[in-house]
Design a protein around this ligand. Structure first.
Ligand code: GDP
Length: 302
């Protein structure tokens, strides 16, 4: 599993596992080298404060412990990277049915970040755990979205609730999906939503309405915000708009396979205080994994 994770994170691994480790193994790390280390961290989108904190901590340790032995340097970097990520964030998915109420999860985020794909992949993970799942195609804004979701559903063998009316009310499609979920006593209803990035008020209205309407039937247990890792700090500012508009319970960071900006995993959790629960590692059906701090850091340095 580690080898696979490492292979998918190869671009970010090049920065941490090769670039940083070799910089840190320099015989005499002078100010120029520390600057270079910090620039490298910023390039990987670790964020300013995390980069500074990491450099400060490493500098202290290198001064005290020395930096000659590559294995020791790697261990130091591993420990300091892990320390940047809050260990108290709860990364589990709230995916157990309560009585006849399914666990309802809304998937939100800007267009193109990978929402629909994530819903498909997540459904597959849940089905593999023997859970009954229904998909709700509440992205009624993008014409192809419902079709795309239905295709995912058919592939995995789970039903998709959708509307055939173009521009249908997303809240009403979401309601129908959750109602079908309650009726059939399924375990999880995954609701795909539209990703128009309007102003905060518009977004709040739309997502708030979907949530309120769903909750006439069953509580929304997860609001998963999907963020495209390749957009780096830009994705982070979009994420802030969403997290102000709706109570986000977890982040899905997609497209980590295609980017050297994998440090964004650290920046996002520090700046939003919301756990990354899942990571997207490719376009395929099996390319969704739970985020585990130690495994992730290990894959960056392996
Ligand atoms: P949506 O508009 O947010 O629903 O985005 P889509 O689910 O339609 O995804 C947009 C594109 O991103 C598609 O081509 C997906 O195959 C691709 N995509 C989604 N997740 C990942 C991922 O983790 N890695 C890669 N490489 N591509 C992804």
């Amino acid at each position: 599993r580690l080898a696979r994770l490492r292979a998918r994170l190869v671009k970010t691994n090049n920065i941490f596992g090769k670039g940083l480790l070799s910089l840190l193994s320099t015989d005499d790390i002078d100010e120029d080298v520390w600057d270079e280390i910090e620039e490298t961290l910023l390039l990987a989108d670790l964020g300013t404060d995390a980069s500074m904190e990491l450099v400060d901590n490493l500098r202290d340790r290198v001064t005290i412990e020395g930096s000659k032995d590559p294995a020791a340097v790697k261990q130091m970097l591993r420990e300091e990277l892990i320390k940047l990520i809050d260990p108290t964030l709860d990364r589990s998915l709230d995916d157990d049915r309560l009585g006849t109420d399914p666990s309802v999860m809304m998937v939100v985020g800007v267009n193109g970040v990978g929402k629909t794909t994530t819903v498909g992949k997540l459904a597959r993970v849940l089905v593999a755990e023997d859970k009954d799942v229904i998909l709700g195609a509440a992205d009624t804004f993008r014409a192809a979205a419902a079709e795309q979701l239905t295709t995912w559903g058919a592939r995995i063998g789970v039903p998709t609730v959708r509307s055939d009316v173009e521009g249908a009310d997303p809240a009403s499609v979401a309601f129908d999906a959750v109602a079908a979920g309650v009726e059939n006593e399924v375990d999880v209803v995954l609701v795909d939503t539209a990703g128009r990035l309007q102003n905060k008020a518009g977004l709040m209205d739309e997502l708030g309405k979907i949530k309120r309407v769903i909750e006439k039937k069953a509580p929304v247990r997860e609001v998963l915000l999907v963020i495209d890792a390749t957009t780096g700090q830009n994705g982070l500012s979009q994420a802030k708009v969403f997290s102000e508009a709706v109570n986000v319970t977890g982040i899905v960071l997609t497209k980590l396979d295609g980017t050297a900006k994998g440090g964004i995993v650290v920046a996002i959790q520090r700046q939003l205080g919301v756990p990354v629960k899942l990571i997207g590692l490719g376009e395929g059906a099996d390319d969704l994994a739970p985020f585990e701090t130690e495994a992730f850091v290990e894959a960056l340095l392996a």
